[in-house]
Ligand binder design. Structure first.
Ligand SMILES: NC(=O)c1ccc[n+]([C@@H]2O[C@H](COP(=O)([O-])OP(=O)(O)OC[C@H]3O[C@@H](n4cnc5c(N)ncnc54)[C@H](OP(=O)(O)O)[C@@H]3O)[C@@H](O)[C@H]2O)c1
Length: 333
């Protein structure tokens, strides 16, 4: 058995002999990692548009990319309404957003997308307290939770990610039209690409799977944007849906505990490669403010540019059918 001194001198010898080769490997790996990190970071919104005198409402803005979006839009001078379910977290986020943006005009309003009653209450509040709404950002989301139901008995991910936002948006259309040109931004996901709308089992009662449900809800976001854009033609209200990238946020809160510890430990270093919340917010900000998008509506974006949505997200018959089912589920005429 070799003693520690022997091992040390052998290692020293090895390093001396292979110094050039090792340096080359380190530089190549380092450069590869930096290039991958840059590529993962995606695009940046370069627009310098100001939003003085304008009002923005962002759902789920107390953390993640919603909070970063709020900091940016407040920094452009907007009045920013954070529509959140946990008032404690929302008020702490509002303080941070005011500090970081230098804009004190940041307000918190209660919204729990699990409850249609809560959506209606927020709408009533906004309609009495706000005289305009220039940008509505449907950002809040829940991913891969167990088979849960909303207060109204809908499958949780479909209920929160799609139905709650569907009712919220439709109920605020008059204010958006009155404030036109105005925008609706729906935060979807690449996950929509493998999604399907299960029209015969929309609440997935027969066959619940957390990923299947998330994909359905994110496909619903893109189909809703498409149908909404059609119905708003000529009103000055434009609609955008987007994939923000893969980002270090709290979105995996229901997924992580189901993954084996050793897999989580293996995955941890990869977290350094994925987008920060600031990077993840860039496409939302782009869709909300970029001047070049003013006359386009109903399209899908990723990394601050247009992206082809999946074929099933471009199906106008399915979009209309989803609209009709959603309207009847949330009690809209
Ligand atoms: N992170 C990613 O890699 C990724 C990738 C693709 C798409 N997205 C999409 O990006 C959006 C933002 O996600 P994120 O990554 O920033 O996640 P996050 O950090 O988990 O933030 C989600 C936000 O949604 C809120 N929310 C959840 N359920 C709600 C409810 N019932 N009522 C009101 N608000 C609710 C959360 O509030 P609480 O803090 O109170 O729970 C939180 O503010 C989501 O729509 C998500 O699908 C994210």
């Amino acid at each position: 058995m070799s003693n520690p001194m022997e091992v040390y001198s052998q290692a020293k010898e090895f390093l001396k002999e292979h110094a050039t080769g090792l340096a080359f490997v380190f530089i190549a790996v380092g450069t590869g990692l930096i290039a991958t990190r840059r590529w993962m970071a995606g695009g940046v919104c370069r627009s310098k548009a100001r939003l003085d005198g304008k009002t923005v409402l962002i759902t789920g803005a107390n953390t993640g990319i919603g909070k970063e979006t709020a900091v940016d839009l407040a920094g452009r001078g907007a009045r920013v309404i954070l529509a959140c379910r946990d008032m404690g977290r929302a008020n702490r986020a509002a303080d941070e957003i005011r500090n970081r943006s230098g804009n004190g005009n940041v307000v918190v309003k209660q919204l729990d997308l699990e409850s249609l009653q809560s959506v209606r209450a927020l709408v009533a509040d906004v309609k009495t307290s706000e005289d305009r709404l220039d940008i509505l950002i449907n950002n809040a989301g829940i991913m891969m939770c167990p088979k849960w139901q909303t207060v109204d008995g809908f499958e949780m991910q479909f209920g929160v990610n799609h139905l709650g936002h569907f009712l919220l948006t439709n109920s605020l259309l008059d204010l958006l039209k009155k404030s036109s040109p105005s925008r609706v931004v729906n935060v979807s996901s690449l996950a929509h690409e493998k999604g399907e709308i299960h029209f015969d089992d929309i609440n997935l009662d027969r066959d619940y799977d957390p990923m299947k449900s998330y994909r359905q809800s994110k496909l619903a976001n893109v189909l809703f944007s498409r149908e909404l854009a059609k119905s708003l033609e000529g009103t000055g209200v434009t609609v955008y849906s987007l994939h923000p990238g893969v980002i270090r946020t709290e979105l995996g809160r229901h997924l992580w505990p189901t993954i084996a510890l050793w897999k989580r430990l293996l995955f941890n270093p990869l977290m350094l490669l994925i987008k920060s919340p600031w990077e993840g917010a860039q496409t939302t900000i782009y869709c909300a403010v970029d001047e070049s998008l003013q006359n386009t509506s109903g399209l899908y974006y990723s990394d601050c540019g247009p992206k082809q949505a999946a074929p099933q997200a471009c199906d106008d018959v399915a979009a209309k059918k989803l609209w009709d089912i959603s309207a009847s589920m949330v009690g809209l005429a």
